[in-house]
Structure formats: C-alpha cells, structure tokens
Design a protein around this ligand. Structure first.
Ligand SMILES: [Zn+2]
Ligand SMILES: [Zn+2]
Length: 137
C-alpha cells in the first residue's frame, strides 16, 4: 500500500483509504473502466464518493478520460512517469466491438497532424474500433 500512497501524494492527492482502493482497482485492470464498473466493484461504497474520486484523479492527472464512442466515459491510468510534466496522453485508444473493452495503446502515439492556419489544437482523441487480440482467435 505504501507505493500507492506515494503515487497519490506525487499528484497532490491526499491518500485516503477509499482513494487508495480505487487507484489499486483501476491499476489492476488492463482495460479502461467506467464509473459503473467502479460502482459495481465497490458496491458498499457511496456512489458520490466514487464519482468524486474519479473526478479528482482526472483533475490531478492520475487518470485520463476516454471517449470510446459508446457514450459512457471510461477512465484509465495515465502512464507518464514524471508527474510534473504537462499532462500528455497522446496515444491511440482501441475499442473492441466484440468484448466492448477499451484499452490504451500507450506505445502507439497519435501521428502528427496538420491544421489550417490559426487553428490551435488543445486536445486530440484518436480511437480505433475493431477486434482486439483477445477476441481475434
Ligand atoms: Zn475484444
Ligand atoms: Zn489512454
């Protein structure tokens, strides 16, 4: 548990018991999780607390939100090692149409894009839909 405590503190998050448990849960899952998945796992916990925990994680750069086109926001841990670096998660996301899981492809960066003059990009999302390696058997 010590390491989780430190990781939260590095992001200026006070490591409460609940936050540490939610962090550990998200970390233990390879795909991105929705609020519902977190709620179902911590079914005895207060839903508002869980929602706020995810929001705090998002604000402090512990997780990033993924829009996978299902209409349900998913959350995944941010991979950047240096917590002081500007939050940057410009990697591809993959949504499997068979198992419905969404995963971060952190080793696959979003290719450089060009924009017309005077357009300033603030955020780029790139989602690939298809069949994941688990379903492609
Ligand atoms: Zn799949
Ligand atoms: Zn991601």
């Amino acid at each position: 548990m010590k390491k989780i405590e430190e990781q939260l503190q590095q992001h200026n998050i006070r490591p409460t018991a609940m936050r540490m448990l939610v962090y550990q849960f998200i970390k233990s899952i390879t795909s991105a999780v929705s609020l519902t998945v977190v709620e179902n796992y911590f079914e005895k916990s207060d839903r508002t607390t869980l929602y706020r925990t995810l929001k705090t994680f998002e604000e402090k750069g512990v997780v990033h939100q993924i829009d996978d086109g299902t209409g349900i926001p998913k959350y995944a841990l941010c991979q950047h090692e240096h917590y002081l670096e500007k939050h940057n998660d410009l990697h591809l996301h993959f949504h499997c149409t068979k198992c419905n899981e969404t995963v971060c492809l952190t080793d696959y960066q979003i290719p450089q894009i060009s924009l017309p003059d005077n357009f300033i990009p603030e955020d780029i999302n790139m989602l690939v839909k298809g069949i994941c390696d688990q379903c492609n058997i």
